[in-house]
Design a binder for this molecule. Structure first.
Ligand SMILES: *Cc1c(COP(=O)(O)O)cnc(C)c1O
Length: 403
């Protein structure tokens, strides 16, 4: 392997996969040599790898038409927009290619809303510890200096407040002109699987209504069935003005979307925003096949049930470990907060052929495919418990040696 012609933006593990099927990834041609993917490429491959419905849709569409540009009508885009609006309760969609871009569209709508209210300086309120992406405005919204260092000057207009704290949002709204916005994740995922108290989103909705501010939810990671509802806000019976999603929407084909209610969606006009690739026939076809499969197979319910059972199994298995601070989750977003930094756990699990990730330094994160079977979950949990036990014993760096 030779990465000298790649910019060094990633600390990659020295393993490559060449084939995937369902929950499994294979580094070689041996069927026995397989890794259980409990991360789904960061909540992207919710249907697992090489799902037949998505593979067939991509193959068929690519043989007909991949791209035309948004100069022309794209019926598959209209169909996907209608579907997403029906699932989300929004009125209109703008398609792009990633989570960061979907947030950029939402931030641009927030700016138009502020101008519409003759308050161009009304802030976009965002939260500490959040993650909204790597493009400059999304990075400026992100409440984590670790991602921002070296990239200033950042885009102005964002005010950071503590997460899960309604008083802090209220204070900023009261000190600002009408016409701002609040942009939050319903669960902070990169930030460490932080789940706000029930009523947080409803409280934000009420504050936004009172102060003429838009409520924007970043569901890039939590959307598309992962938490047990199509969108996480649906657990709370709250409706935002704008919702963005991306990761799990195309099961690996890049697609992002910014969905908005009227009259917010109408703040855009022809020429005011755009994307060359956004919503092309191939990506829309993949997303439609993904949504159909999630619906037909009842995978929202499955995410809820399997997630609940994994959460209790993890709590039970790890209850005696003093190095485990808390196990938390919603649907198939699961986090194990350790008492100390634990990135070496990723390597311990990799040696056992289990793919997980550590976020925010001390939180082991699981984002299993929604199609995962109970037996896979049981195996993953026993391997993880075993690795955490060894981590607790040694508590020292482990080599990344592969089997
Ligand atoms: C991953 C993520 C993003 C960024 O998505 P990209 O596709 O990497 O640009 C934004 N917001 C949240 C909540 C995410 O999890």
């Amino acid at each position: 392997m030779d990465s000298k012609h790649l910019m060094p933006t990633y600390a990659r593990k020295p393993i490559a996969f060449w084939r995937g099927e369902g929950v499994w990834l294979y580094p070689g041609t041996e069927d026995e040599d397989r890794y259980l993917d409990a991360l789904s490429g960061f909540a992207v491959c919710g249907l697992g790898h090489a799902h037949p419905a998505v593979s067939a849709a991509i193959a068929e569409q690519s043989a007909h038409l991949v791209h035309t540009s948004n100069l022309y009508t794209i019926p598959l885009q209209e169909k996907l927009a209608a579907r997403l609006c029906q699932l989300s309760g929004m009125d209109a969609a703008f398609f792009c290619n990633s989570g960061a871009e979907a947030n950029e569209a939402a931030i641009k709508l927030a700016r138009l809303h502020a101008h519409d209210n003759k308050a161009p300086n009304a802030p976009v309120i965002v939260t500490e510890n959040s993650f909204h992406g790597r493009t400059l405005a999304a990075l400026s919204a992100t409440g984590n200096p670790a991602f921002q260092t070296g990239f200033d000057p950042l885009v102005p207009g964002f005010v950071h407040v503590p997460y899960d704290n309604l008083e802090a949002v209220q204070a900023v709204l009261e000190a600002s002109p009408r016409g701002g916005a609040v942009l939050v994740e319903p669960i902070q995922c990169e930030g460490g699987i932080n789940i706000p108290a029930p009523g947080y989103l409803a409280g934000l909705r009420e504050l936004c209504d009172h102060h003429g501010a838009l409520l924007i939810l970043d569901e890039v990671q939590t959307g598309n069935g992962r938490t047990g509802e199509w969108f996480c806000y649906q657990h709370e019976g709250v409706s935002p003005d704008i919702v963005v999603t991306a990761k799990g929407l195309g099961n690996g084909v890049p697609i992002g979307v910014c969905l908005a209610r009227q009259p917010v969606a109408e703040l855009f006009s022809p020429g005011s925003h755009g994307s060359t690739f956004g919503g092309n026939p191939l990506a829309c076809r993949a997303a439609l096949a993904t949504l159909d499969t999630i619906e037909n197979q009842g995978l929202c319910t499955r995410a809820r049930e399997l997630g609940d059972s994994m959460l209790s199994a993890l709590r039970e298995k790890l209850s005696g470990q003093s190095c485990v601070k808390e196990v938390r989750g919603k649907g198939l977003i699961l986090g194990i907060e350790m008492a100390q930094p634990c990135s070496t756990l990723v390597d311990l699990c990799l040696e056992q052929k289990l793919l997980v990730n550590v976020t925010a330094g001390c939180v082991v994160r699981l984002l299993p495919p929604l199609i995962m079977e109970q037996e896979h979950a049981d195996w993953a949990i026993s391997v993880l418990a075993d690795c955490i036990g060894r981590f607790a014993e040694t508590d020292k760096p482990v080599s990344g040696a592969l089997p």
